[in-house]
Ligand binder design. Sequence first.
Ligand code: NI
Length: 154
Amino acid sequence: MATRKIVQVGDELLRKKSKPVKDFDEDLWQLLDDMRESMYKNDGMGLAAPQVGVLRRAIVIDVNGMFAELINPVIVAQEGEDIEEEGCLSVGSFHGRVKRPYKITVKACDRYGYPFTLTGEKYLARCICHEVDHLDGVLFIDKTLDKDKYFGKK
Ligand code: NI
């Protein structure tokens, strides 16, 4: 395992749409292992492959001590609303409030290509939504209710 450099806001790579993972092979496992290590090293709750420069639909999360890898995740159901502050390892120290669904259901594959379904509430739902956004080139600063605070700081 090795830590990888986290791509920072301003880099166009973060704005690109990631492609589905097709090969559940050693390259993917290495990527996932490195993403996990990079997330923990930076005290993150989640990390998406484009944040380490790889435009593939893979994310890792760790919410409330539950680690998970989600490959080709698709949010298939959502309900409710929840507003909390978020940050991002690609966005420096800024934290801002974002409205997210309170509860989501996501379909994804594990590192071997086996499909599974996960339902999460509150921070788990928030974290998955945030990371799935990264796969579509969307950052939380696009959605934050505190945009003026972010752009005012610059
Ligand atoms: Ni992020």
